[in-house]
Design a protein around this ligand. Structure first.
Ligand SMILES: [Zn+2]
Length: 316
């Protein structure tokens, strides 16, 4: 029997039937009507009901970005979905579908997918960083998602990277995600391309007639080993590696750090600078077991695979 996984993003809602080994059978995508909470619930329910028509399932796991209450019933605040402020999301979805609903933060669900079926399946304690629009975090400690007292732990993108640094969407300054997200990388690349610096030559060429450098073009420059683009991904990686070494390792002692999200597609061009700065920042280096930094197995489907598995465990 399958479980349903739903991943709610700022532009689309993806859903799938997922088996007990994390394999996806059927996938459905619809646009996210983010301005209206009623339409959001309708769209989520329509995906669930489409997937489960004539199909018995254990239940439905729903992954969404935002701060969820400790009991996983209320979405306090979602950064991308303006309609969700103190939204009783679980009961509202349950009113539209006959299946039990489990809610989880999207980064936690993605981390769970890696822990159960991906890069973390051999360990018991790991963290995952999802480097995309922002920097998402998930902490799996001794086989469980660490949610914290109010349910909103694991926000690893909002640790301090640079005191009095860049303004972050969370209201603070200098958070890791303002230096180490895909958004930060793209802004830095555009700045370099717009400068007269020789290091920006290739990025200027890739900017083309549109006049706007794309994320794909930055990705291409990194894969071409362009020195300017490599210096930017190196800088991003060093922020991540320093945060892991100075903060996450002393507090959480993970066996493994899984790096996912769109930026992780460049592989070792990102992981190597993370590893290098980790070596320089971890306490008692040389006298402690060495944790590994690895790339995530799942790119875009981690959230729904993890959400489905959490629902399966909860409702079976
Ligand atoms: Zn922040």
């Amino acid at each position: 029997m399958y479980a349903v996984g739903i991943d709610i993003g700022g532009t689309k809602i993806a859903g799938a039937l997922v088996d007990d080994a994390g394999n996806i059978k059927d996938e459905v995508r619809v646009p996210s009507p983010i301005e209206d909470s009623g339409l959001m619930v309708e769209a989520i329910a329509s995906v669930i009901n489409q997937l489960t028509s004539g199909q018995k399932v254990f239940g439905v796991g729903v992954a969404a970005a935002g701060f969820l209450s400790a009991n996983r019933e209320i979405m306090y605040h979602s950064p991308n979905i303006a309609a969700w402020r103190n939204e009783p999301l679980k009961s509202r979805i349950e009113a539209k579908t006959p299946h039990p609903i489990l809610l989880e933060n999207d980064a936690n669900a993605a981390g769970w997918a890696e822990f159960r079926f991906g890069a973390g399946r051999e360990v018991q304690s790991m963290i995952m960083l999802t480097i995309g629009t922002g920097v998402g975090g998930a902490i799996i400690s001794e086989g469980r998602i660490l949610k914290g007292g109010f349910g909103i732990g694991g926000e690893l993108g909002h640790v301090l990277s640079i005191p009095d640094g860049r303004v972050c969407g969370c209201g603070l300054r200098g958070c890791l995600e303002t230096y180490a997200s895909g958004t930060a990388l793209l802004l830095a690349a555009r700045k370099l391309a717009a400068s007269k610096d020789a290091a920006g030559q290739r990025l200027r060429e890739l900017t083309g007639e549109s006049g706007t450098l794309s994320g794909d073009a930055v990705y291409q420059a990194i894969l071409e080993d362009d020195a300017g683009a490599l210096s930017l991904i190196g800088e991003l990686g060093s922020h991540i590696g320093t945060a892991i070494g100075c903060m996450f390792v002393p507090v959480l002692d993970p066996e493994l750090v899984v790096i996912g999200g769109g930026v992780s597609a460049v592989g070792d061009k990102l992981l190597d600078p993370i590893r290098a700065s980790l070596l320089e920042s971890v306490p008692a280096q040389g006298h402690r077991p060495q944790l590994e930094i690895v790339k995530a197995k799942f790119l875009n489907q981690a959230g729904l695979i993890g959400a489905a598995d959490l629902a399966r465990q909860s409702f079976s």
